[in-house]
Design a protein around this ligand. Sequence first.
Ligand code: SAM
Length: 215
Amino acid sequence: MEDSYRHKGMRKQLVKEIAAKGIRDERILKAMLKLPRHFFFDEIFVTHAYEDKAFPIGEGQTISQPYTVAFQTELLEIQSGDKILEIGTGSGYQASILLELGAEVHTIEYNRVLHDRTRQFLPQLGYRPHFYHGDGSKGLPQQAPYDGIIVTAGAPSLPEDLVRQLKVGGKLVIPVGNNKSQVMYKLTKVAPNKISKKTFKNFSFVPLRGEKGWK
Ligand code: SAM
């Protein structure tokens, strides 16, 4: 697949749209301008790659809406070298944005087909996060603690394990709610046993599966 001038033009337009919706972090906008989102798409949806919408990626899952990717990433306040856990690798688009920001990325996916596909595809674009297959609803304790954890599927409640796996100063960004709509939470571990919590607007994610997710 090629990345033509037409694709670059559409990408520029999309980034403008996202900035107009309130994303301020120039590093995120720059990363989105660079990343050919159409490479992450199924052939049948590829013409829609630069719409600010979520699209199917197979296995009943989606690549998140670009604005949502930018919004969650902004809440993480990533500094270069931060160790970030992403729960829900999906297409690998979000992981690539995190890598563009200079993070060390650990990404876990529940679905074996998506895990295998993205693990093979992403390094071809030059993006090499650490890939894991398994249930991320319990986090990834063997690599903890993290500077940030981003959950890209909707959780029924706040998983305690994830809070435990944060460093002091670390942030957890997670949508929590029912199967139709979730509120975005940002939790910051301000001291070993102290959490500050902020809530943002509603989003609509596919469900977080697994032991601490939806059964
Ligand atoms: N971040 C992805 C991207 O950039 O394409 C979008 C992910 S999609 C909205 C949510 C993903 O979370 C799906 O691929 C789904 O299989 C995965 N998922 C759901 N429950 C999970 C769990 N318990 N552990 C890990 N991944 C999970």
